[in-house]
Write a protein that binds this ligand. Structure first.
Ligand code: NAD
Length: 348
């Protein structure tokens, strides 16, 4: 049997190896590193190929492909969103991703991205909060205590110095799980019985719920001046978390407007509703937070460039480690045109 050459072997990071890598690096360090990679890519936003993600909707969920390229590398993520899944013992969101070399078209990395998505989403939220949250913000309400919630909390701790989190979920078992997981991680955790109690004294309001409907996790009268809203869960047509009145009173920051207008909170607003692109704030072209009374809102839906940054980070970070295995994923005949001959020789 012919052995594949090194250039045809594709490094693969399994869920198990991803978890080993995170423990090796340290989760807060990794969140900071990822935020650094995302920020670097937001600074060179204009040179990326950009397209709203390609979504295939069903009655129960969505399956999406999220591609982008910076001209040297090409990446995509496969991701699903199925809010009903947890009742069947399955994850709402699962993902894997691939990075390829634009020059040869050969893949250079295949990796699990369910955990990596939670990390990159949290790192992106905290990066946005660095520019948008009020100075010295140290308390966050975390509404929706599912799979993303601990990651969101730890990223805010690692990147903007969050000291206290106030948890609320319609399912108290989710809040208990989140509070238990955050014990001993250097953050004060307060479990709350209502969303109103959760937002008391919080300068950052994170909504991270999963429901395939126009939900109202925050009503207009719950949001006072000066706060930063980190809206994570509204990320599909027909799936939002905020009362429209909040959007009218806020300065809204988005990733990629053509995608966010379809999927984000702003799907509730007219097509010409004014938004600021986050990359413009990060490059200093537009202002982020401009005053103490301003309500800033990061209408996060998750964009392909954030996954590209995460893939780039993993590619760089696993070099010289054993946190991956090589996959024999590409046919590699000695004579590139003799694919059939390679097949025949394999029989012998
Ligand atoms: P999950 O199913 O694990 O957790 C969602 C939690 O929300 C559950 O505990 C549920 O009980 C709670 N919930 C539902 N309705 C609620 C309500 N009205 N009030 C309070 N809590 C409520 O899901 P997850 O993986 O944590 O993801 C949360 C959301 O974030 C999903 O909608 C997902 O699509 C979205 N998401 C967005 C991004 C992004 O980049 N913006 C990335 C990943 C996930």
């Amino acid at each position: 049997m012919t052995q594949p050459s090194d250039k045809a072997l594709v490094p693969f990071v399994s869920v198990d190896n991803m978890m080993r890598l995170i423990h090796h690096v340290g989760i807060e360090q990794m969140l900071q590193d990822l935020a650094g990679y995302v920020e670097e890519d937001f600074k060179r936003w204009e040179l990326f190929d950009k397209t709203p993600r390609v979504a295939s909707h069903s009655d129960v969920g969505v399956i999406e492909l999220m591609p982008t390229s910076d001209g040297e590398a090409y990446g995509f993520k496969y991701v699903n969103g199925h809010p009903k899944n947890t009742t069947e013992g399955l994850q709402t969101v699962t993902a894997f991703g691939l990075l390829a070399d634009v020059y040869t078209g050969y893949p250079v990395l295949l990796t699990e991205m369910t955990i990596l998505t939670a990390l990159r989403t949290a790192a992106t939220s905290a990066m946005a909060a660095k520019y948008l949250a009020p100075k010295g913000a140290d308390t966050m309400a975390m509404i929706g205590n599912g799979a993303q919630s601990e990651f969101q909390t730890l990223a805010m701790k690692a990147i903007i110095g969050l000291k206290s989190v106030r948890l609320y979920d319609t399912d108290s078992a989710a809040t208990e799980k989140c509070a238990r997981n955050l014990q001993g991680l250097g953050i004060e955790v307060v479990s709350c019985k209502t969303p109103e109690e959760a937002i008391e004294g919080a300068q950052i309001l994170t909504t991270c719920t999963a429901d395939k409907q126009y939900a109202t996790i925050l009503t207009d009268n719950m949001v006072g001046s000066g706060v930063h809203i980190n809206a994570i869960g509204g990320d599909c047509p027909g799936k939002t978390e905020l009362a429209a009145g909040i959007l009218s009173r806020s300065d809204v920051f988005v990733e990629y407007p053509p995608q966010t207008r379809i999927e984000g909170e702003i799907q509730q607003m007219p097509e010409d509703f004014a938004v600021t692109e986050l990359w413009e704030v990060i490059t200093g072209q537009k202002q982020g937070r401009s005053g103490d009374r301003q309500i800033t809102l990061f209408d996060s839906v998750g964009f392909a460039i954030e996954d590209f940054s995460a893939l780039r980070y993993i590619r760089d970070r696993i070099k010289g480690t054993d946190y991956f295995i090589d996959l024999d994923m590409l046919a590699d005949p000695d004579d590139p045109r003799d694919l059939f001959g390679m097949l025949q020789r394999a029989k012998a």
